[in-house]
Design a protein around this ligand. Structure first.
Ligand SMILES: Cc1cc2nc3c(=O)[nH]c(=O)nc-3n(C[C@H](O)[C@H](O)[C@H](O)COP(=O)(O)O)c2cc1C
Length: 167
């Protein structure tokens, strides 16, 4: 297998679609949890109310096929590919998802990556975007890793993250 990584960002337009934001984010996570493991895909998805940024890792064919499917999703627009490259090893061993909000754990990263007024991948270099996603997932305790399985605890955590993202 050719291990490959793709990093992109997009505009989050979930709230313009008239559905509750939380149910749409849950549905995205459910799709990733359902589909990605059997395809050997790992990665991370990070969001705020304006942007998504996602890292997909795995066999380059599987990464490409899933990216093409994601690219047609009406819940986001204006996708920009930041990296598409072979890698020696995976950065994200489990699927994970984080909210790019402000918290004591994350705030130093905003300073480090020069996005102190808020997460805006359009203003970041590709290396900084990957670094920010990696460090956010590593530091943020409010991260849903591996599968979103709909348990009460995970649902509550996700609802809190979404409420904060919308605030
Ligand atoms: C920002 C974003 C990230 C997504 N990430 C994934 C993903 O990693 N894996 C996946 O299968 N679907 C992902 N989706 C959902 C897909 O676009 C699509 O709705 C889903 O794969 C359909 O799955 P199904 O055919 O099993 O119902 C994502 C959607 C968005 C908007």
């Amino acid at each position: 297998m050719y291990l490959f990584r793709l990093v992109y960002y997009s505009r989050n337009i979930v709230k313009t679609l008239g559905q509750p934001v939380s149910s749409e984010i849950k549905s995205i996570l459910n799709s990733a949890a359902k589909n990605n493991p059997s395809l050997g895909l790992t990665g991370a998805l990070i969001f705020n109310d304006a942007y998504f940024a996602q890292v997909l890792e795995g066999d380059r064919k599987a990464v490409t096929a899933t990216f093409c499917k994601i690219a047609g999703d009406p819940r986001h627009s204006d996708l920009v590919i930041m990296k598409a490259e072979p890698i020696e090893q995976r950065t994200f061993l489990r699927w994970s998802m984080a909210f790019a909000g402000h918290s004591d754990d994350i705030d130093p990263l905003y300073v480090k990556y020069g996005i102190a007024i808020g997460f805006n991948p359009a203003k970041m270099t590709s290396d900084n975007l990957l670094g920010f996603v990696t460090e956010t997932v590593a530091r943020d305790p409010n991260v849903i890793t591996s599968k979103f399985d709909g348990t009460a605890d995970q649902t509550q955590l996700l609802d809190n993250m979404i409420a904060e993202a919308a605030a």
